[in-house]
Write a protein that binds this ligand. Structure first.
Ligand code: ACO
Length: 430
C-alpha cells in the first residue's frame, strides 16, 4: 500500500507520496518538490536516488540477493545459459523452445559485421585498448543498416538491433584481440553456440581449430550470465541517460561501454589481475599490500573488493568462486596469483578495516583468474564484461523506449561558483 512522507522546509510541510516496489522497497516520490518549494535534493553519486522504475533486475544489497525478472541468480546460473538469460532480460519471460530458436537464429543472422567495417578496424593503432575499439565500433555499426531488413521506426527495428548488438559485440571483441595480436580476422561458425563461437573466434588459427573444452565453455558462459544485468549501475544508468534523448540503441550501448571501462566499474577485473601481478612481482604474499591499503598509502584499494550495493556478500562472487576452482582443476593449473588472491581474501575477511566498512569480494575478484587461466589477455577482461552486460543494456534501453511517460534525463545541481560579476578588461586583470 502506498503511503506518504512529510518534508518540512522553511517551516512549511510538504506531503509527498511514497512508491513501494514489488519487493517492498520504498521510494519517496519527490517529482513535485521543486515546483512546490523551489528546492531540489542533493545526492552526489546517487546513493539514495531512484532514477527510474524498472521491472528487470532486483538487488537486495544487505541480503546478497540478485534476481533477473524474478529468477534468482543462483538458479539461473545452474539451469540456464547466457543466451536464454539474455532473452529473459530483454523480453521479460523465459523463452519457449520456438522463441529461443527464433532468437538464436536472429543472433546468427546478425553476427557478421558489414565488410566495410574492416576499414574502421584498420584505422586503430596496434596497441589500441580493445575497450576503445569496442565502443567506437559499436557506435560505427549504427551507420550500417541491416542488410536483410528495412524498418520504419526504432521500435520496429528493435529485435534486429538487439540481436546485432549482442552478436556483433562478440565479433568486434574477438577481432580487436586478433588485430592486436597480429592474427588474421576470424569468422563465426554457424554450428557453434554463442560462447563456443567466442572461444573459436578468439583462439582458432588458420587451419587449426581451437579445441573446445566443455568446462571452459561453461565457465565463460557463466561469466557472461552473471554479468548480464545489475540494475542501475554506472554503465546502465549511462545507457538509460543516453536512451532518454531517444538516441538509437547503438549510441546508447556504446556510451555504456565507455562508462564500464573505468577501474571502479568494469575495469576492476583488469585492475584485480594487475594488482595480483604487482604483489607477486614484489615477492609479497599480500600482507604488505593490505597494510598499505589499510593505511591508505597512495590511496591504494583492494581491487575486486567492495560494492556500492552489496554490503554482506556478492552472490555472483559465491558462484564464480566455485567455478574458478573447477576451471583451475580442469586445466591442472597451479596459478601463484590464485594463491595470493586466496591469501588476500582470507586476511581481508577477518580484518577490522574491511569488516567495519562491509567490504567483501565482488564478482571481479574471481572472474579475472578464470579468464587468465583460459588464456584471455588482461586488457580483454573488461571487454568480456561488456559482452555479458549487453543484454542488460539492451533490456534497459527497451524499457526506456517502451515507457510512454519517459522524459529526457536532466538532473539539477546546486551551483557553487561565483555570483554575477562584471566582465574585466584585460588591463584590470591581475
Ligand atoms: N579497498 C580498500 N578500501 C576500500 C575499498 C577497497 N576495495 N572500497 C572501499 N573502501 C573504503 C574507502 O576507502 C572508504 O573508507 P573511509 O571510510 O575510511 O574513507 C570506505 O571503504 C567507503 O568507500 P566508498 O568509496 O565510499 O564506497 P563506494 O560505495 O563509493 O565504492 C566501490 C564502491 C567503487 C566498488 C569501491 O568499493 C571500490 O573502489 N572497490 C574496488 C574496485 C572494484 O572492485 N570495483 C568493482 C565493483 S563491482 C562491478 O562494477 C562489477
Amino acid at each position: 500500500m502506498n503511503g506518504t512522507a512529510e518534508l518540512i522546509i522553511d517551516g512549511k510541510t510538504l506531503t509527498l507520496p511514497t512508491v513501494v516496489g514489488t519487493e517492498g522497497e520504498v521510494g519517496i516520490d519527490i517529482s513535485t518538490l521543486r515546483s512546490k518549494t523551489g528546492a531540489i535534493t542533493l545526492d552526489p553519486a546517487y546513493g539514495n536516488t531512484g532514477a527510474c522504475k524498472s521491472a528487470i533486475t532486483f538487488i537486495h544489497g544487505e541480503k546478497g540477493i540478485l534476481q533477473y525478472r524474478g529468477y534468482d541468480i543462483a538458479e539461473l546460473a545452474q539451469k540456464s545459459s547466457f543466451i536464454e538469460t539474455a532473452y529473459l532480460l530483454i523480453y521479460g519471460e523465459l523463452p519457449t523452445a520456438a522463441e529461443l530458436t527464433g532468437f538464436s537464429e536472429l543472433l546468427t543472422e546478425n553476427q557478421m559485421l558489414h565488410q566495410d567495417m574492416r576499414h574502421h578496424f584498420d584505422a586503430f593503432p596496434p596497441k589500441a585498448h580493445p575497450m576503445s575499439i569496442l565502443s567506437a565500433m559499436i557506435h560505427a555499426s549504427s551507420s550500417y543498416p541491416s542488410a536483410k531488413t528495412r524498418y520504419k521506426t526504432l521500435q520496429e527495428a528493435f529485435p534486429i538491433h538487439a540481436a546485432r548488438l549482442i552478436s556483433q559485440t562478440r565479433t568486434i571483441a574477438t577481432n580487436s584481440y586478433r588485430k592486436a595480436a597480429g592474427l588474421p580476422p576470424s569468422y563465426p561458425k554457424t554450428n557453434l553456440k554463442f560462447t563456443e563461437n567466442f572461444l573459436h573466434m578468439m583462439f582458432s588459427l588458420p587451419g587449426e581449430d581451437y579445441e573446445l573444452n566443455p568446462e571452459i565453455v561453461r565457465a565463460l558462459d557463466l561469466i557472461f550470465l552473471l554479468h548480464a544485468d545489475h540494475e542501475q549501475n554506472c554503465s546502465t544508468s549511462t545507457v538509460r541517460m543516453v536512451a532518454s534523448s531517444q538516441a538509437n540503441v547503438f549510441a546508447s550501448a556504446s556510451a555504456g561501454v565507455c562508462a564500464l571501462w573505468g577501474p571502479l566499474h568494469g575495469g576492476a577485473n583488469q585492475a584485480v589481475l594487475e594488482m595480483l601481478q604487482e604483489i607477486h612481482r614484489e615477492g609479497d604474499d599480500g600482507t604488505k599490500f593490505l597494510n598499505e591499503v589499510k593505511n591508505k598509502v597512495g590511496n591504494r584499494r583492494l581491487m575486486g573488493f567492495g560494492h556500492r550495493v552489496y554490503k554482506n556478500f556478492d552472490p555472483r562472487a559465491v558462484i564464480i568462486k566455485e567455478q574458478c576452482d573447477k576451471v583451475l582443476a580442469t586445466l591442472k593449473k597451479h596459478d601463484p596469483l590464485l594463491a595470493i588472491a586466496k591469501k588476500l581474501e582470507e586476511i581481508a575477511l577477518s580484518d577490522e578495516y574491511f569488516i567495519s566498512r562491509k567490504l567483501y569480494p565482488n564478482v571481479d575478484f574471481y572472474s579475472g583468474i578464470i579468464m587468465r587461466a583460459i588464456g584471455i589477455p588482461v586488457n580483454m577482461f573488461t571487454v568480456l564484461f561488456a559482452i555479458g552486460r549487453m543484454p542488460g543494456w539492451v533490456a534497459n534501453y527497451k524499457e526506456v523506449m517502451d515507457d510512454t511517460d519517459s522524459r529526457i534525463s536532466r538532473p539539477r545541481q546546486i551551483y557553487t561558483g561565483e555570483t554575477l560579476r562584471s566582465y574585466k578588461p584585460m588591463s584590470e586583470r591581475a
